[in-house]
Design a protein around this ligand. Structure first.
Ligand SMILES: [Zn+2]
Length: 73
């Protein structure tokens, strides 16, 4: 089982137990990585029913990623 890296615009394919590809995962702040790591295993049994905690962590990560991308252009 695999899915696309969750970083906006990234097309790397990663395993289902990972949030995103290695460089993008590393680009996230430690606090966000810890938050996602904690909620991920409980939240991602299926893609359709993530836990509320995971959804919040994921949204925070996406918001961070967008800021980074905006700074780059
Ligand atoms: Zn990526």
């Amino acid at each position: 089982m695999s899915h696309r890296c969750r970083w906006p615009g990234c097309t790397a394919i990663v395993g289902n137990d990972l949030w995103g590809c290695k460089p993008h995962w590393r680009a996230l702040p430690d606090s966000l990585r810890a938050w996602i790591g904690r909620s991920y295993r409980y939240g991602m049994d299926t893609d359709t029913h993530p836990t509320a905690s995971y959804v919040r962590a994921h949204r925070a990560a996406i918001a961070f990623a967008r800021e980074v991308e905006r700074g780059r252009h």
